[in-house]
Design a protein around this ligand. Structure first.
Ligand code: HEM
Length: 174
């Protein structure tokens, strides 16, 4: 993603995130404290529709993601099956990265700019049991937060798309 197509907290984007053309500073939408600019009204409408349809927004957007991932790592760090993986990890950074990754994966407006999931978990010796433990903690977090089973199923479906990469399994041929 071209950084010029991403609104920051300080400034609006100069490239339209829908068309890739120069953004018109008169065609804007505010979303979670950032001002987004678009090339055309129809781009803005498309972008807003994508926000509305996103799992990210259905879960409650940034505030809900922040709360959920904080609660998720409380569970992970209390779980003997997986907590040792985080012994030498800066949890402030990890929480921030996971918020960014999952927000993007659920259709939030900001792109993920960190490592791909294969590289990020390379050499850790992760197994299916570890993956399932992490997924279970995520599901239980969402249950605690009274998220509907329908949305939890959608979250699990997204999490499963990362499984082969996280576990370092051979890439599937297309
Ligand atoms: C749904 C599955 C998972 C997702 C979406 C996920 C996501 C992420 C992300 C976004 C990062 C940061 C990558 C970066 O630095 O750019 C990361 C790192 C990491 N993940 Fe995962 N992860 C998953 C499963 C697991 C599992 C199963 C474990 C272990 C039980 C695990 C342990 C770790 C550790 C230890 C790091 C590295 C922290 C560091 O050294 O900085 N992850 N993960």
């Amino acid at each position: 993603v071209d950084p010029a197509a991403v609104a920051t907290e300080a400034a609006t984007n100069t490239i339209c995130p829908i068309s890739g053309k120069p953004a018109d500073p008169a065609i804007t939408a505010s979303y979670e404290g950032r001002k987004w600019s678009f090339a055309k009204e129809e781009c803005k409408a498309k972008w807003l529709k994508a926000r509305e349809d996103s799992l990210y927004q259905k879960l409650g957007g940034k505030a809900a993601m922040d709360a959920a991932i904080d609660a998720f790592y409380v569970k992970v760090l209390a779980d003997d099956r997986v907590k040792h993986f985080f012994d030498d990890v800066s949890m402030d950074k990890q929480r921030r990265k996971q918020k960014e990754f999952l927000s993007a994966a659920f259709g939030g407006p900001l792109p993920w700019t960190g490592k791909d999931m294969r590289k990020a978990h390379d050499g850790m010796g992760l197994t299916e049991e570890h993956f399932n433990a992490i997924a279970e903690n995520l599901v239980n977090t969402l249950k605690d937060l009274k998220i509907s089973q329908d949305l939890i199923d959608q979250v699990v479906a997204v999490a499963l798309t990362t499984k082969d990469d996280v576990l370092g399994r051979p890439k599937k041929a297309n």
